[in-house]
Design a protein around this ligand. Structure first.
Ligand code: ZN
Length: 249
């Protein structure tokens, strides 16, 4: 008995066969949607296909790897996707978000808050990602108005540094600001930061009601109220990293 010269055609990658009347010879195609496809001309002897796939196994492995890498890259670029939780460190609240696809008139979306479970439910045309994001942002703005305004009032009373009005904004590079008329604006993204860092921002802006600059006198006033201000200022500079990327896309 002579050993067979045929290679063992086990462990072949799975594939589908597609007959194409336009194909002149056998060809392999690999894609995320269809996987591995063997395209053959009509009247092709299908018994030859396993051998061809076997011969092409290096090409298949190499291209499969490329596809996997590209997929991983797209998955890592997640900011265009919707978040499944929102961690408001400053308040010690982590909200889970659920999206429920329901048919509504005009394709609208609504947001529902379950305070006990710290759960947000978005109902409606949730395929509309931009509208979902806009709703979540609006919810964050309202949350910021509710919590940051009263927080600022408390710090103001405690430090005896009065201000005139407050507003919540969503600037990309500014945590807060104070005008000459002592109007303070605060970034709603402060909600994502640790409470002691937020408290430092509030104090910092309140000190600007006395000194409209970053002079030695200004820092002396800050230091009198918060001796640890240097470390807090430093962590504030790095804090942009913990603001979720989906907010700015
Ligand atoms: Zn400042």
């Amino acid at each position: 008995m002579t050993p067979s010269s045929q290679p063992l055609l086990t462990d072949l990658p799975s594939y589908t066969v597609r007959v194409s009347s336009r194909a002149k010879c056998v060809r392999l195609a690999l894609s995320v949607e269809d996987g591995l496809e063997v395209v053959v001309p009509s009247n092709y002897d299908r018994l030859k296909i396993p051998e061809i796939v076997h011969q092409k196994r290096d090409w298949i492995a190499r291209n499969q790897r490329k596809l996997d890498e590209r997929e991983a890259f797209f998955r890592s670029q997640a900011p265009h996707e919707l978040p499944d939780y929102i961690n408001l460190r400053s308040l010690g609240e982590e909200w889970q978000i659920e999206y429920c696809e329901t048919a509504t008139k005009l394709g609208s979306i609504s947001i529902r808050e379950d305070k006990e479970q710290l759960r947000l439910v978005l109902d409606g045309n949730i395929a509309d990602i931009e509208s979902c994001k806009a709703l979540l942002k609006r919810w964050l703005m309202q949350k910021a108005e509710k919590h940051l305004f009263s927080w600022l009032r408390k710090v103001s009373i405690r430090t005896n540094l009065p201000y005139r009005t407050t507003a919540v904004r969503g600037q990309k590079t500014l945590w807060g600001s104070c005008s000459r008329d002592r109007n303070i604006s605060l970034n709603y993204k402060l909600l994502f930061l640790e409470a002691n860092v937020v408290e430092y921002v509030l104090l910092h802006e309140l000190c600007h009601t006395v000194h409209m600059n970053h002079s030695a006198k200004f820092w002396k006033l800050v230091g009198k109220i918060e001796p640890n201000y240097k470390a807090l200022d430093k962590s504030l500079n790095q804090a942009w990293q913990i603001v979720p990327a989906w907010l700015d896309f």
